[in-house]
Each structure stands twice: as C-alpha cells, then as structure tokens.
Design a protein around this ligand. Structure first.
Ligand code: G6P
Length: 384
C-alpha cells in the first residue's frame, strides 16, 4: 500500500500524459466518445462502488459546475432497483478500476440495454467493463495490488477532471456564461462565497484549470517529500475507538475516501459526513478529545468549513485538519494540522486525500494490522 501511495505522482502524470497540453487544452479523442453525443447530452449518471464511487462523487461537482450537465451518482448495487430513467441523451459512466466489479457491470449493461450510451472508466485494458461500454476512458495507474485503493483513486479523479474540462469545452465554455465558477483565483481560490449557480466558465477559465491540473503530480510529490507530523498524529490517536470525517464540496468525497481507508485497513469504525449535516445527528457522537478529521483546504466553502471546525471545538472534540499551507486560522483551531501544498480547489482532491491515506496506513501499522493482507481476512498482528 505504501509503495502505491508513493506511486501516485506517476499514476496521475501518466493518466494526464498526451491528454492535456501545456496551455491547458484537453484532448480525449482516445475515449471514442463523439462530440455530437457530448453536445446533446441532457444528463449523466455515474455508477460505481467503494473508492471508485468517491472519485465519481468528487467529479460530479466538476461535471455539473464546469460543464453544466445535471449529474446523478448512484451506488452501483442500488442502481437497478430504481428502474432508472435512461435514454440516448443520458450518458452513463461506470467507474471501476478493476473493470470487473459485478454490480458496476450490471448497472452498465442495464443502461446499455435501455439505450443509454455507456462510458467505462477503468485501469485495466481488456477488462469486462471495456466490453460492456461504448467508450472507454483509461486511467494509467499501473496494476494496483494493495487491498486499499490509492493510486487508482487519484488517477480516476484526474481522468474525470479531464473529462469534465473536455465536456465543458465541447459544450461551449462561456456560452451560457456569467462570471466563471468562483473556484479559481491566484494561489488557490480562497474566495469564501458559494460556488456560482448557473454560470458556465469561460474558455480561458477552463484552460487555467487545465494548467493547474498539470501541476497535480508535482504537488502530490511535494507533499510526499516534505510532509510532517503524521507519525505524531497517528501515535496520539491510534487507540481511539471512533473517527468522524467532515468535508464540503469536493472535500466531501475526500473525507468519505479517507474514512473508508481507515475503516478498511485498521478496522476502526469511521463515519464521514458532509460537514453541514454534522448538526443533524453525528455531533451527538462527539466527546472531549474525539478525533474529527476535517478537509479544510482552500476553496469556495473554506469559511463554512472553518465554522464547522468551530462547532466541533465547542464540543471539545479534537480537530485533525487537512489544510492548505499558510492557512493559520485553522492552525489556531485544530489540535493537529496536516498541511498540503496550496493548489487550485479543483485539483485539491488529488492532494488532500494523500495525508488521509498515509494517516490510515500509519494508524493501521500502529494497531498491528497487516495493511497488505488479502481482502476480508481477520486482523493479524505483524512482527516488524
Ligand atoms: C472493493 C474494494 C474497494 C473498491 C471497490 C470497487 O470492494 O474493497 O476498495 O473501491 O471494490 O472496485 P472497482 O475495481 O470496481 O473500482
């Protein structure tokens, strides 16, 4: 798992290679999806399981906000029970790194049979998903051996951001447009207002995001090379019986993924919530010193996340924040801060998830779990 966490800069770079020019323009001609279809689309369904679902959830914000297409994301195992409304103008994206997860394949087949075009996002050439799809977008993460998906997840997010930019470009950036996405800005978009509603970003803004995305491998590498405090935080909290994770906007998907990683490899119960939901129940779980991991990187919802951190502090729980370098207001409120390099908010899910993967890894090691064991085996103690 650790090796694969450290392979993420290469996995992201390889996924972007040849698809994103220096000026930020996207070329996804290798997917086989025609521009005519992309222009006439009226809706997108995303179907996936587990970590792939989290990548889809993160991407759903970009697809809706940048390309202005309504997006619905569904857990693949539930999709069929809805008898979903599908037609030739609804694109179904099946995300499955292995290309073999049956629930996702069934959802894709059902969609195709109902006349909807299906695109697979997978890491494995020749996998079943590639045969059950009309178009394929490949991640190029290399084979992932670890039980807990890491590099395939960040590669999926990178590929889906490319797709969102491409779709926005094909559908005419700025055509329905107002003032952009309110997600950008020098140094990572710290504007505190809500994301704009209804505005389609200008072509120049799409190119700017594309150029920011090109920086992702270097940003992840910078975090892997320079991170601090993880050991200390893992040491301090590894014997806690419960962790709550909170985030908003794309940070919501990141916190779901962080919570899944810890649960999956350390067997510590975790819950992840959209931070605005905390007051509707989960706050009751917090006591003095309870660890609450909050994704608080720069972005349009940053101020709201800081107010959630204040609510957590009011319960005397301990905030472990993932924050952008230089955000000192979080430093003052949190018991511990994992600083990540400043970056564009759309790129932040690729960077912010890395400390959460590493935190899960360190805690699992401290609690004696074998992080590289085959799936679903009982906890075993490793001898160093
Ligand atoms: C498994 C794993 C998850 C994974 C999910 C989907 O249950 O435990 O980590 O995300 O399957 O896998 P896929 O290959 O479809 O992305």
């Amino acid at each position: 798992m650790l090796k694969e966490i450290y392979e993420q800069p290469a996995a992201i770079a390889d996924t972007l290679a040849g698809r994103l020019s220096e000026d930020g323009a996207v070329d996804l001609s290798d997917t086989g999806l025609g521009d005519d279809l992309l222009r006439r689309l009226r809706r997108i369904y995303i179907v996936a399981c587990g970590t792939s679902y989290h990548a889809g959830l993160i991407a759903s914000y970009a697809l809706e906000q940048l390309a202005r297409v309504p997006v619905q994301i569904e857990v693949a195992s539930e999709f069929r029970y809805k008898d979903p409304v599908l037609d030739p103008d609804t694109l179904v994206i099946g995300i499955t790194q292995s290309g073999e997860t049956l629930d996702t394949l069934v959802a894709m087949r059902l969609s195709r049979a109902a006349g909807a075009p299906v695109m697979a996002l997978t890491n494995i050439m020749g996998s079943q998903a590639t045969r059950d799809a009309d178009a394929v977008l490949f991640t190029r993460a290399g084979l992932e051996i670890g039980v807990a998906a890491t590099k395939t997840h960040t590669a999926q997010v990178a590929a889906l951001l490319l797709f969102a930019l491409h779709l926005a470009e094909v559908r005419g950036g700025g055509a329905a447009g107002t003032a952009g996405t309110d997600m950008g800005g020098a140094g990572g978009g710290t504007r505190a207002s809500e994301a704009s509603a209804g505005g389609r970003p200008e072509p120049a803004e799409l190119l700017r995001i594309g150029r920011e995305l090109r920086r992702a491998p270097d940003l992840v590498q910078a975090y892997l090379d320079n991170h601090r405090r993880l050991d200390q935080i893992a040491e301090r909290y590894h014997d806690q019986r419960f962790f709550l994770y909170l985030g908003r906007h794309v940070g919501y998907g990141v916190c779901l993924e962080g919570a899944l990683k810890l649960k999956e490899i350390s067997y510590i119960p975790t819950e992840a919530y959209a931070a605005g939901e905390m007051k509707h129940g989960p706050i009751a779980l917090l006591d003095e010193g309870s660890p609450v991991v909050v994704v608080a990187t720069d972005g349009p919802v940053y101020a709201k996340v800081v107010s959630n951190i204040e609510e957590v502090r009011a319960r005397k729980a301990d905030v472990i924040a993932v924050a952008s370098e230089g955000n000192t207001d979080v430093d003052e409120l949190a018991a511990a801060v994992l600083h990540v390099p400043k970056c564009d908010p759309w790129v932040s899910p690729l960077v912010a998830v890395v400390p959460l993967q590493l935190l899960a890894y360190r805690i699992a090691r401290l609690t004696g779990c074998d992080v590289d064991q085959p799936r679903n085996l009982a906890k075993t103690v490793t001898v160093e």
